[in-house]
Structure formats: structure tokens, C-alpha cells
Design a protein. Structure first.
Length: 276
């Protein structure tokens, strides 16, 4: 992991504190309310992980929906999901006085894999990423099952840093109806969490999708979001002159750029074969 901030001095025009967060909170609140009303739905469904992104989305939704027509679904994978995360999610649901359900997904995952594996004479090799993405897609299916049953929309909890890096599961946590914080970088989400009164315990918690044991985002990305976000900001605003970068800066920048390009397909609709 790049620990030395000197290595990325070139990418420092971004400051997450230099924003009008009261205005941002108001705008996102109106967005959630308007999209819920436009959909003629009965409210929203949100997956609660106990992490900062879902906590902020719940706080924003609770402020914007007058009757709190919110159902929170906590979907732990026992043995992988830390008990502390599950308890944080429960406490948050209680804080905002919303209805919630806890649905462990172990049995669903076991049944799915049992059906798959019995179709093969030779056992498939286990793959950590495939296994982790399966968990994300099981959770998405549970969210949409409830959305269909209750005539509600699914609120996404991904932020802009994750979107630009492609750090999400396609048709998993990326499968949502609205994405209220997808234009906020992770470091901005941390600031807005303070504005919303989210506990320091959640704000300071290591970010990670928890798709396998000890799954930590910054360890997997090999950079911290404090390092990543200034680069993403300048990259998205075409402020980086690659010819002026040092060799060390090029290595760091290309790591970010490559992830963005390689995973761009996750944010696009499927390619269509256009017939004349």
C-alpha cells in the first residue's frame, strides 16, 4: 500500500471538506423522495451492512420519506460477516425507527452450490471472487424479491469511488433502482456521515464488501481512499497531464486508470447487436 503522501503530491487539488453538505443533503433527500413518488411505489428497500455507505443512505432516506416507508434487509453470511457489522446495522435501523429483517444467506448459498456441483462429474475449483460475487448477487435477488412483493424500489448504496473503480459486483450490489450517493466520493461520504450524525464507530470502520473473511477494500485496492479520491477527482475532471508525472506517479495513476477502464463495462447497459 502506498503509505507516503509524497508519492501523490501531484493529485491534491481535491478537498472533501470544501463542499456545501447541507445543500447536498437537501438535494439527495429531494431526489430520493421524487424518485419514490415517480415510481408509484409504496416505499424503498435497502440492504443494511453496518458500513458507512448503507448507513448514510438510510439516514438520507429516513430524512426524506415522511412516513418512513423503508424496509431494511440485513443479510449476513455467517462465518464471513462480522457480528459487529450485523449489530451496527440493527442499531441503525432502530435509531431511525424503520422496519427491518435479518435474513442469513448461508443456506441459500449452500443450496445454490449443491445444485451446481452435482451437475459436474469432476468438482469445480473454488474461486474466491466467484464465491464472493455469488453472495452479492444472492443479496440483490433478496432485495428485489421484497421489492416485487411490496411494490417498492431498491435504493443503491454505492459511492462514486467504487463506481469509477468498478469496485462492485455487476448485477449484485450494482443492481439497484436509484443511486443517491453515487456522485459522492468515499471521502465525501465520510464527511456527510458526520453531518448526519452517524457514529464515529461506523465512520472510522474499515470499508469492505465482506465477501470473504477479512475482506478489506483498501487492502485489496492497495491504496487508501484518501489517496485514491484525489486521483479520481482529477481524472474525472481531465486535470491530469500524464506527460508531467514522475515515474512513481505514473505507476499510481495507471493503477487507478486501468481499473476504471477495465471495469467500465459494469456501468453500461449490455451491448446490443443492431440489425439493419
Amino acid at each position: 500500500m502506498y503509505k507516503s503522501f509524497e508519492n501523490i503530491q501531484y493529485f491534491v487539488s481535491y478537498n472533501p471538506n470544501n463542499y456545501d453538505y447541507s445543500g447536498i443533503i437537501e438535494k439527495i433527500g429531494k431526489f430520493i423522495l421524487n424518485k419514490t413518488l415517480e415510481s408509484n411505489s409504496n416505499g424503498i428497500i435497502i440492504g443494511l451492512s453496518g458500513g458507512i455507505d448503507s448507513s448514510v443512505c438510510l439516514a438520507l432516506a429516513a430524512k426524506s420519506l415522511p412516513n418512513h416507508n423503508i424496509l431494511g434487509l440485513i443479510m449476513p453470511m455467517n462465518g464471513i460477516t462480522p457480528e459487529d457489522d450485523e449489530m451496527d446495522a440493527v442499531n441503525l435501523a432502530n435509531k431511525y425507527n424503520i422496519e427491518y429483517r435479518t435474513i442469513p444467506i448461508n443456506n441459500i448459498e449452500d443450496s445454490f452450490k449443491a445444485e451446481i456441483y452435482q451437475s459436474y462429474s469432476n468438482e469445480l475449483n473454488e474461486n474466491k471472487v466467484a464465491q464472493g460475487n455469488l453472495l452479492a448477487r444472492i443479496r440483490m435477488s433478496i432485495l428485489y424479491y421484497h421489492a416485487n412483493l411490496l411494490n417498492r424500489i431498491v435504493i443503491g448504496t454505492g459511492d462514486k469511488s467504487e463506481a469509477m473503480l468498478g469496485y462492485f459486483t455487476k448485477y449484485g450490489d450494482g443492481g439497484v433502482d436509484i443511486a443517491p450517493i453515487a456522485d459522492l466520493y468515499k471521502t465525501q461520504v465520510r464527511v456527510i456521515a458526520k453531518e448526519l450524525g452517524i457514529s464515529n464507530k461506523i465512520i472510522n470502520k474499515k470499508s469492505g464488501p465482506r465477501l470473504w473473511i477479512d475482506h478489506d477494500a483498501e487492502d485489496e485496492l492497495n491504496m487508501t481512499y484518501d489517496e485514491i479520491d484525489p486521483i479520481l477527482f482529477q481524472y474525472s475532471n481531465n486535470q491530469i497531464n500524464e506527460d508531467s508525472l514522475s515515474q512513481e506517479q505514473k505507476i499510481i495513476f495507471n493503477n487507478i486508470k486501468d481499473r476504471n477502464v477495465r471495469n467500465n463495462h459494469k456501468s453500461r447497459m449490455p451491448e446490443i447487436c443492431i440489425l439493419d
